[in-house]
Every structure is written in structure tokens, then in C-alpha cells.
Design a protein around this ligand. Structure first.
Ligand SMILES: NC(=O)c1ccc[n+]([C@@H]2O[C@H](COP(=O)([O-])OP(=O)(O)OC[C@H]3O[C@@H](n4cnc5c(N)ncnc54)[C@H](O)[C@@H]3O)[C@@H](O)[C@H]2O)c1
Length: 280
């Protein structure tokens, strides 16, 4: 895998939740290319095997583990299996998460309020709860379970994944925006809490990247951009979507003790300027 720059993580163990996903898989490959042994976590181990096979083919070391980030026993069992295999954990990347399709609210909800269209008022709150659980609880729980055994380890650090929805709510996805705002808040809390124990805690806040997870919101079935996609590009000063690979440099900076050894509690936007542009 081509990296923007090399850091040395040899002898370290990195755990990536959602490691079978687009961003988590890419992060797993990047950490392995820097010499870390990588635990690729997915809801089932088979999901992460493709990522593991890529890493192994490149000469790296990785193993797929099954882990549901919303279930305590599943996360604990995964931690124990990793400790048994490699003896310790240095880095945790909380990349499991995402928006829940059934929790999206249509743009024109007030215009439809008298009709039978789905609006905020008839959105099933269980879907919103699932979104909060996956993104917030699914970050806090692995931080609790893995963080406990990271204390005292060389280069102990955690990277969470926030979002532009954390800086201000994005239309249509109130549950996701609220959950990611809470992820940013938790990042700052955990950075403070863990500071003296030596664990740094930071977050990345990706702007807009074209991935399968958000494809339906941004592109019509015929591949043409939706009006939302046009708004995104117009609201991004750099005038384009990001390429997922453009997140790797920020990850490597945050996990590198030489690069960011005195950096903790930051939420680093990688967004072409989206979060600082008010439209005028
Ligand atoms: N794609 C973007 O543009 C974008 C922008 C901002 C933030 N993010 C965030 O980046 C992270 C990764 O997103 P992605 O685009 O790679 O999405 P993705 O859907 O490809 O990856 C998400 C991963 O999380 C896993 N997952 C879901 N529920 C889980 C559970 N209960 N237990 C364990 N794993 C579970 C999925 O199996 C998948 O592997 C997410 O937190 C997402 O919110 C993505």
C-alpha cells in the first residue's frame, strides 16, 4: 500500500473496530504497512478476512476477530483473544459506525407534514436510538474495554471517528449528527481522563467522502449527483469530495508518538475546509 509518509509501529498491536469497512479497512492496511500487528474487527470475523488477506499478501501481520461494538461480552471476548494472540494492545481505532438508513429524515419534512410522507414526527425513534448506540456507545464501550489494558503500554493511543455533523447538525441525519457530536465530546473527556495514564485520545472528523455508506444520499440510481451532493461540493471550499486515502496521513500523524506525542483531545477535520465555511 502506498503511504503519504512512513512511521514506525513495529512491535505494536493496533485494534481497528469496523476494520472490515471502507475506512476501517484502509486504516488497517496503513497501520500494518507501518509495521503494526493489526486486529481487524468486524461483526463477524469473515467480514475482515479480505482485509487480513491483503495485509498478509503485502508482507504484514493481521488477524480478523469478530466483535459487536454494542455488546460488552463480545468486546471483552475479542480483547481476551487479542491479548492471548499478541500479549498487549497499543493502539485502538474506533472506526465502526455510520448513519442508519431508516433514521434519515427527508429534507422537506415540514412541507409534507399533512401528507403521509415520512417526517421527523413519524420516524421510529428506535432507529435513532440504534444510531446513537452504534456511534456513541460503540465508541465508548471499546474505549472502556480495550483502554483498560492499554495503560502503561508504549505509544498507547486511541483515535475515534467523528464527522462534520459534530460541528453543527447536518440536515436529514439528526441522530447521526448528535451521536458524532457526542463522539467529539467523549474524545475530549477521555483525553483528559486518560492523560496521566499515558493514553492519548484524539479523533478524525472526515468531511465528505464517496463511500457505499453514503452513496444513496449523494447519488441517484443513474449515477448523477443529487441536489445534496451539489450542496456539499458548493459548501466545501476546495470544491470536491475527499478521496478516502486522504485520511491516512492524518491517522498516521495522530498515532505517531514522534509526530503527535503532546497532542491529545483534538478533533482533526479532514474536509477540504467544509467545517469553517459559512457559505459567504
Ligand atoms: N464515509 C464517509 O464519508 C464518512 C464521513 C464521516 C465519518 N465517517 C465515519 O467513518 C467510519 C467508517 O465509515 P465507512 O464509510 O468506512 O463505513 P462502512 O460502512 O464501510 O464501515 C463501517 C463498519 O462498521 C461496522 N459495524 C457496523 N455496526 C457494527 C457493530 N455493531 N459492531 C461492529 N462493527 C460494526 C460495519 O460492519 C463496517 O465494517 C464511521 O464511523 C462513519 O460514521 C464516514
Amino acid at each position: 500500500m502506498e503511504l503519504p509518509f512512513q512511521i514506525d509501529l513495529s512491535g505494536q498491536v493496533a485494534v481497528v473496530t469496523g476494520g472490515s469497512g471502507v475506512i476501517g479497512g484502509m486504516f488497517s492496511r496503513a497501520l500494518a504497512a507501518c509495521g503494526a500487528k493489526v486486529a481487524v474487527l468486524g461483526r463477524s470475523a469473515e467480514h475482515g478476512q479480505k482485509v487480513v488477506d491483503d495485509i498478509t499478501a503485502d508482507g504484514g501481520e493481521a488477524c480478523a476477530f469478530s466483535c459487536n461494538v454494542m455488546e460488552t461480552e463480545s468486546v471483552k471476548a475479542c480483547r481476551d483473544a487479542i491479548l492471548e494472540k499478541w500479549g498487549g494492545i497499543n493502539i485502538l481505532v474506533n472506526a465502526a459506525g455510520g448513519a442508519v438508513k431508516s433514521a434519515e429524515v427527508p429534507e422537506d419534512q415540514l412541507a409534507d407534514i399533512q401528507g403521509d410522507a415520512r417526517t421527523f414526527f413519524n420516524t421510529d425513534m428506535e432507529n435513532i436510538r440504534r444510531e446513537l448506540d452504534l456511534n456513541l456507545y460503540g465508541t465508548m464501550l471499546p474505549t472502556q474495554v480495550f483502554g483498560e489494558v492499554m495503560i502503561g503500554r508504549e505509544n498507547a493511543n486511541i483515535v475515534n471517528i467523528s464527522s462534520m455533523g459534530a460541528f453543527g447538525p447536518l440536515t436529514r441525519i439528526p441522530g447521526y449528527s448528535g451521536a458524532k457530536a457526542a463522539v467529539s465530546n467523549f474524545t475530549e473527556w477521555a483525553a483528559t481522563y486518560f492523560a496521566k495514564s499515558g493514553i492519548r485520545v484524539n479523533a478524525l472528523a472526515p468531511g465528505f467522502f464517496q463511500t457505499p455508506q453514503n452513496h444513496a444520499l449523494h447519488f441517484n440510481e443513474d449515477g448523477t449527483p443529487t441536489p445534496r451532493s451539489k450542496k456539499i461540493v458548493d459548501s466545501t471550499p476546495m470544491g470536491r469530495y475527499g478521496e478516502p486515502e486522504e485520511l491516512i496521513g492524518a491517522l498516521l500523524f495522530l498515532v505517531s508518538p514522534k509526530g503527535s506525542g503532546f497532542v491529545t483531545g483534538v478533533v482533526l477535520p479532514v474536509d477540504g475546509g467544509f467545517h469553517c465555511f459559512l457559505g459567504v
